[in-house]
Write a protein that binds this ligand. Structure first.
Ligand code: CA
Length: 225
């Protein structure tokens, strides 16, 4: 199994480097974003297991990063790194959907403990959610609103891959590779067929359609809120 991936968003280079070393020593995969803009880009392009987010950042503030992220992703645990005098920001951060915060200067052990707690909670939860669609990865139970949805294994795999890449456009080739496997030699039209099956089960009868066709490119699952 791959190690949990942690994004460190922190503009103080010394601190981000220490965090990276400590986290890598604990065998986490890490990457550093030096400002809010970089953070947004990295958040868009990769699924993170946890984010350490400094509030006072150049370019785009930590709270703004948080607000943008939570529009499409309500699940990734976020721990804010705040200064002692930023009480107002902590409150706003928690209101905006941050899971926790640590106040600088903090003991690295305290931060590592919080990281473990949130990763464990996330793992226990083990759900993928978009709007009112919910997939329990432990039981493979799928519900939309109050309706239970039954999928074939292939439809399930396709849905999971779309959900893991929420709001990211996926090409037919990517979907084939990830869902059908590298060895698949058939027509990529099979993707269109399965997307149609999924739509029938996930979106049909609901006002809000989550599965979107991106003409000439592929597909994406997206919450409109
Ligand atoms: Ca800072």
């Amino acid at each position: 199994m791959s190690q949990p991936a942690i994004l460190i968003v922190e503009d103080e280079k010394k601190l981000s480097r220490v965090l990276q070393l400590e986290l890598e020593y604990e065998s986490y995969d890490t990457q550093i974003a030096n400002n809010g803009k970089e953070a947004l880009l990295l958040l868009e392009n990769k699924q993170w297991d946890l984010v350490l987010l400094d509030i006072m950042l150049p370019e785009v503030s930590g709270l703004e990063v948080l607000r943008k992220l939570r529009r499409t992703d309500q699940q990734t645990p976020i721990i804010l790194l705040t200064a002692r005098d930023q009480i107002h920001d902590k409150v706003s951060g928690l209101d905006l959907g941050a899971n926790d915060y640590v106040t600088k200067p903090f003991q690295i052990e305290e931060l590592l403990a919080r990281v473990r707690v949130h990763l464990r909670q996330q793992k226990d939860r083990n759900e993928l959610i978009i709007g009112d669609l919910r997939v329990d990865l432990n039981t493979r139970q799928i519900t939309r609103s109050t309706t239970e949805i039954v999928l074939t294994p292939r439809e399930y795999d396709l849905l999971i891959y779309l959900l893991q890449n929420k709001s990211i456009v996926l090409t037919r080739e990517q979907l084939i590779e990830k869902v059908w496997g590298y060895g698949y030699l058939g027509d990529t039209n099979v993707v269109d067929v399965y997307i149609r099956y999924l739509r029938q089960k996930i979106d049909k009868g609901f006002n809000e359609k989550y599965i979107q066709t991106i003409r000439g490119v592929g597909y994406m699952i997206k919450d409109h809120n």
